[in-house]
Design a protein around this ligand. Sequence first.
Ligand SMILES: Nc1ncnc2c1ncn2[C@@H]1O[C@H](COP(=O)(O)OP(=O)(O)OP(=O)(O)O)[C@@H](O)[C@H]1O
Length: 347
Amino acid sequence: MGSYENGDSPAAAACEGGVILGVDGGTTSTVCVCLPAAMPPPEAPGAVPVLSRAIAGCSNRNSVGESAALETLEQVMAQALTMASTDHSNVVAVCLSVSGVNHPSDQQKMLDWIRNLFPGDAKFYVENDAVAALASGTMGKLHGCVLIAGTGSIAYGVTEDGKLARAAGAGPVLGDWGSGYGIAAQALTAVVKAHDGRGPQTNLTGAIIRKLEISSPDELIGWTYADPSWARIAALVPVVVSAAEDGDEVANTILRDAVQELADSVVAVVRRLALCGEDGKDQFPLVLVGGVLEGNKKWNISGEVIKCISKVFPGVHAIRPEVEPAIGAALLAWSHLLKELKLENGS
Ligand SMILES: Nc1ncnc2c1ncn2[C@@H]1O[C@H](COP(=O)(O)OP(=O)(O)OP(=O)(O)O)[C@@H](O)[C@H]1O
């Protein structure tokens, strides 16, 4: 390998014309990617020229508090810039897509904060993390609906002229029954009801007892209260899927109800935003994200959700993203930037 003078390296050449940062801030981790601003429109996932990718811990302000969340965001962006052999002065746009940013006042606070981190006239965009998930399926185009079903669930939609709508996503107490937590909580409830005689017998009893290495449903009370974290409960979904695949009617009913809940969330958002046109037949992208929507041997939750939605809106076009949400965020910043430049140039 040859050596390079300062500013002559391939990395420096790639950063000429400035760079864009895309940040996906979540409860489990925070990812920042750096892309060159001067890139052709990436038509295919493999065509996105990622200069660097940095990863850090939680940046959800509701989980770790505001100052820890901001510190994590600052560090992960600095690390991505160092890895791309560039610095803050070369950044032309940043999109922060962060969970826990739900209100315009959250957005404004973050915008004020980030403006002070970067010198010059870089552009900043702050979004909820569902927006980056949508953009990761549409390659940066902000139009359509995203359905996220992991530990929690949410349907989030955006129109080309910037109208937003969401359904679900308010947490298990407020009825996200299509989420991983919702499905697992229903399964645990069915086991307890079968045990005390309030509900039908189910193979979920044996399957969950084996999975949790306990000896009777009575021990579920201790297990649940020992640590009621949502993700720990939600981790039981594959057990419910297996029981349903083996023909258990209680498990099948839980999954069918979850499918209906998820489909209802999407239908509500699509209807409120008229994403499918006046006659309800226009095509619209539906980006599907999250562990619950992974394919399974026989019980394909995402396939069933799409079937339900297409009965109402036949134009639904399901997309499984091939790039990660942080790239979605960066592509979003890139398309916003392009639009603003076009407006400035009057074209
Ligand atoms: N094959 C599978 N089929 C159905 N569900 C699954 C499968 N594998 C994992 N899950 C479930 O997916 C959920 C986790 O998904 P994911 O990792 O996307 O969520 P998360 O990032 O923890 O949550 P959130 O997106 O709400 O922050 C859990 O409920 C888990 O049980």
